[in-house]
Structures are given as C-alpha cells and as structure tokens.
Design a binder for this molecule. Structure first.
Ligand code: SAM
Length: 185
C-alpha cells in the first residue's frame, strides 16, 4: 500500500464509509455463526463492528504492524499474522468470512483466485463469505498510485466465486464499490 493509503485506512473518513455504509451493505442480516474470519483486517477499523456480530473473530493480515492496532481497537478479536492466499487454518474452521476492501490489494489474479479457494476451504458447510471492494476507476487508480490495485469486475468476481465452489452467489454494485455474498454449501 502507498503512504496515502496507509493513512487513509486509519482515518475517520474511511471509518465512516466502511463501518457506517460498506460493511452493513455487504453483511446485511446474513447469519454469520459463531466464529468469523476477517481477511485483510488492516489496522482494524471494522473489526469492532464484526466482533459485535459474533462470539469469536479471527483477523488475519500480512502487515504485522497493523495487527498491533487491531489488538488495541478490538481486544476480543484474535489477530493472526499471515497471508490470506495460504490461510494457516484447518479446513472447515470458521462459520463465516468477511473481506472488507482487501481483495484488490492481493497482487495477482492467480493469488486472488487462491484466496477465494482458501476461504472456501476454511469455511464450514453453510458458511457465508461476504466482502466489498472498490471498482476500477480513475479516482481509485490515483488513490492507489505506487501500490497494488487489482480491482475485479462484478462478472469476474462471480466467476471466481463459482469456480472456487461457492453457491448462492450474489454480486451487486453501488457507486464505486462492489459487494458479494456467497455460501459454501
Ligand atoms: C485497504 S486495507 C483494508 C483494511 C480493513 N479490511 C479495512 O476495511 O479497514 C487492505 C489490507 O489488506 C491486507 N492484505 C493485502 N494482501 C493480503 C494478503 N495476501 N493476506 C492478508 N492480508 C492482505 C493489507 O496488508 C491491508 O491491511
């Protein structure tokens, strides 16, 4: 991530957008079960909202520094350092998974596919995978200059979810964001 992005992920502007609008729009009233996996939690701006929805949250990120902030913001969540492309968890460990604004930061389309397949692997049957991500656009490209920006089209996202084994797939857009909901049956 570029320096602007590191700052923005910690800002109140992002908190209001992510916690107040994007996350509720993505999650809705889906049943998330007892143990949620948060993929790419960053400094944990949305972790407290997730921790309020379920008894247990495990939050993974490749950025160890950000995980320290997760501990402070959401003491109930279990922060784990690692890559969502190779999840360090047993199969069928979680009742749900959430990825808020992280998929476009995953370097290659092969890695994005692996992340979705790994999420399917660690979900229990019946578990929902929910997420939101920015769509491609000039402003988004400028915001990500010097960092990784691999936005997915709604169609490609749907294909990846389908190819990874997910069912009950729903993909929708609003303004500059896409959300998805998909279930491991
Ligand atoms: C824009 S931040 C979003 C943070 C948080 N989800 C939020 O909504 O505030 C994207 C995060 O994805 C993380 N990330 C990127 N690639 C990752 C990977 N392969 N595995 C785990 N986390 C990753 C980055 O380190 C960064 O913290």
């Amino acid at each position: 991530m570029n320096r602007f992005h590191r700052w923005y992920c910690r800002s109140d502007h992002w908190f209001r957008l992510a916690d107040g609008r994007l996350l509720p729009w993505a999650v809705g009233t889906l049943p998330l079960g007892d143990h949620l996996l948060e993929l790419g939690c960053g400094p944990g701006r949305v972790t407290p909202a997730l921790a309020a929805l379920v008894p247990h949250v495990t939050s993974i990120d490749i950025d160890r520094q950000a995980l320290g902030e997760v501990r402070a913001r959401a003491p109930a969540a279990r922060p784990v350092a690692g890559s969502a492309v190779e999840l360090p968890f047993e199969c069928a460990s979680f009742s749900s998974a959430v990825a808020c604004a992280m998929l476009h930061h995953v370097a290659g389309s092969g890695d994005q596919r692996r992340l979705v397949a790994e999420t399917w692997r660690v979900l229990r049957p019946g578990g929902w995978f929910v997420g939101c991500d920015p769509l491609d656009g000039l402003v988004m490209r400028i915001l990500h200059l010097g960092g990784t920006f691999r936005p997915l089209t709604p169609g490609r996202l749907e294909r990846i979810l389908h190819d990874s084994g997910f069912d009950d797939i729903e993909v929708a857009t609003t303004g500059s964001y896409v959300r998805w909901r998909a279930r491991r049956v």
